[in-house]
Design a protein around this ligand. Structure first.
Ligand SMILES: Nc1ncnc2c1ncn2[C@@H]1O[C@H](COP(=O)(O)OP(=O)(O)O)[C@@H](O)[C@H]1O
Ligand SMILES: [Mg+2]
Length: 420
């Protein structure tokens, strides 16, 4: 049994690109998998297909089990072999969570592709995927929840009149069957999103492609995976060579959380890479902070071959701690001097980071969890114009320390000269 909206979708003629967008739990995945299975079965027996999601794990969680529920033994798969068989046809399974994933599908000749959570997939991967759909009659099926109105899925697919596509909008109320069977569940879900705040409700319940008001690093917050990397490597997988490897220190005197952020800057001040971090939660003696800094310094030098600069917060007890830390480094024979950081105005710092993100010039390694969370959570302080909220509701210290690590090169980083 299908919902009326799902029946419409099943009966419609497919285009090359078939995208189902809209609210959570609206029946997009269910019906798209059903149509996908029928489509695959209709293609020549020797053709090959791809199913992809952010990771194989999420693909399995969202789709593979459900597909088995729908077609029974006609679908078998192995995630370790990244392969499945659907109605006798070979289906490759692949995660698309980093840009190098694109190379995994480069040589394929596909008769069809299914994409779970399209907005979570890098554009490079998507465009490579489209180019692999070279078999006659090949089609793409994808589902997604809405994202920001500037997301590539919105701009380059939904709003693009030049391509052959069918866009289906599913709303929260379209899943009539589930709603009838489980009204309470639906009401709870709605309430949950409502309490999370405007943007979540608007996107995941109303199914709208809206901006996250109040979020500072909108681009990052709307699509963090665009800026998160697993390793500091270039497009060809070669280890990056940094001109500068700089540590920013926020002693967090008021809230008792000292944090170090290591940042690499590539030659010509082209890219900024947030490489590593230490967050010391709770109380530490100055000596303990110095020891932790030592360890971090050696770790960075070991991994990146150098640590060229370090910048400490000053004001309140910052200078005292940097003074002590410098004496400690001297005694240990570590050739590094903590300088007083350059304190740019908050909105200049924010502008710098947003500018770097906007130009795809700043990346964060996945292990920098504190920093990543701070970038996701930072919001403007509504009571003060052009001011970042600093009421302890999220970790501002991580942003400060990162900013100290690069502020000295503000002008060079802002200069829009591409030396290549
Ligand atoms: N026609 C249907 N009959 C029975 N259950 C359905 C039907 N359509 C969707 N569901 C169930 O409703 C839930 C939400 O559907 P799903 O396709 O996962 O939504 P979405 O992908 O839009 O978030 C799932 O548990 C799914 O199995
Ligand atoms: Mg879904």
């Amino acid at each position: 049994m299908l919902n009326p909206k799902q029946i419409d979708f099943m009966l419609a003629d497919d285009k090359v690109i078939n995208l189902l967008t809209g609210s959570v739990r609206s029946g997009k995945t269910y019906v798209s998998l059903l149509k996908w299975a029928i489509f695959v079965a209709s293609m020549p027996i020797n053709s090959e297909f791809l199913m992809t999601g952010k990771t194989i794990t999420s693909l399995k969680r969202n789709c593979l089990g459900l597909l088995q529920d729908l077609v029974g033994k006609n679908f078998t798969y192995s995630t370790s072999q990244k392969m499945g068989v659907l109605f006798g046809r070979k289906v490759w399974l692949e995660g698309a969570n980093d840009e190098r994933a694109e190379s995994k599908i480069r040589g394929m000749t596909l008769a069809g592709a299914y994409v779970d959570e399209l907005t979570q997939i890098p554009f490079e991967f998507y465009s490579m995927l489209l180019s692999r759909l070279s078999v006659k009659g090949a089609k793409l099926y994808a589902t997604t929840n809405p994202d920001s109105p500037t997301h590539w899925v919105k701009e380059l697919i939904i709003d693009n009149d030049e391509i052959e596509k069918a866009i289906w909008n599913f709303s929260f109320d379209d899943n009539e069957i589930l709603k009838r069977e489980n009204e309470d569940y639906f009401n709870n879900l709605k309430q949950q999103y409502q309490s999370m705040g405007g943007v979540f409700y608007e996107r995941f319940i109303l199914g709208l492609w809206v901006m996250a008001e109040g979020i500072i690093y909108k681009q990052f917050a709307n699509n963090p995976e665009m800026f998160i990397r697993d390793e500091a490597v270039d497009k060809n997988g070669n280890k990056l060579n940094f001109l500068i490897v700089s540590i920013g220190i926020d002693y967090g005197a008021t809230r008792g959380q000292t944090t170090f952020k290591a940042t690499g800057i590539t030659p010509y001040f082209k890219e900024v890479w947030c490489l590593d971090e230490v967050n010391l939660e709770g109380l530490y003696t100055p000596e303990e902070i110095y020891e932790e800094f030592d360890k971090f310094y050696y770790k960075i030098v070991k991994e990146y071959g150098k640590c060229t600069h370090a910048w400490g917060d000053w004001g309140s007890l910052g200078e005292v701690l940097s003074f002590g830390l410098n004496r400690h480094l001297q005694q240990k024979g570590i050739p590094l001097k903590i300088e007083n950081c350059i304190k740019l105005q908050i909105n200049d710092r924010i502008y710098l980071d947003c500018y770097l993100f906007a130009n795809s010039r700043m990346f964060i390694l996945r292990k920098c969890e504190y920093l990543i969370n701070s970038y996701k959570q930072a919001v403007w302080d509504e009571k003060h114009e052009d001011c970042r909220l600093d009421d302890g509701s999220f970790d501002v210290d991580s942003l400060d320390a990162h900013e100290y690590s690069i502020s000295a090169w503000y002008d060079k980083l802002m200069t829009n000269i591409n030396p290549f």
